[in-house]
Design a protein around this ligand. Sequence first.
Ligand SMILES: [Zn+2]
Length: 157
Amino acid sequence: MDINVTEEVENSLKDNGLKKEEIQEIIEAAKTKGSKLKSRSEDTYIAKGGSENLTVYAVYTPSSNGAINLNNVYTHKMNVNGPTGGEIGEVEYDDESDWICDKCNEVALQRNVDMNYLGVSRPGPALVCPKCNETYVTQGVASTLKTAESILEEKRA
Ligand SMILES: [Zn+2]
């Protein structure tokens, strides 16, 4: 699988300390496991992967002859634990998002989830598949999380 990146995305990879090969692995793994979202309006996907300490998202569009165009990458270090207030079903506010869980073909819902970092837990908005409970953080939220992560890291230091 070939990955096409613009200079901007190339820089974003560098900023996040990521290699193109890692993104390729994440996209391949997401294909097998189905841990990706599909846009409801365009041919765009968000694949989720990474490690326990760093969640990586790759936004991409399939291109001709099996290659993909990588539109964006973003990351967060916070761990997402699950819906705030415990079990699914107890959450009252569920707006539909513009994304579909690729595994279940269900529209992902906007929900508050508990996020943990350096022993601190705080609620934050995420996209959650109502069937498999897989959670995804949007790019906008991820950049907010980055700020929160820095503040927590400074406090700890
Ligand atoms: Zn699902």
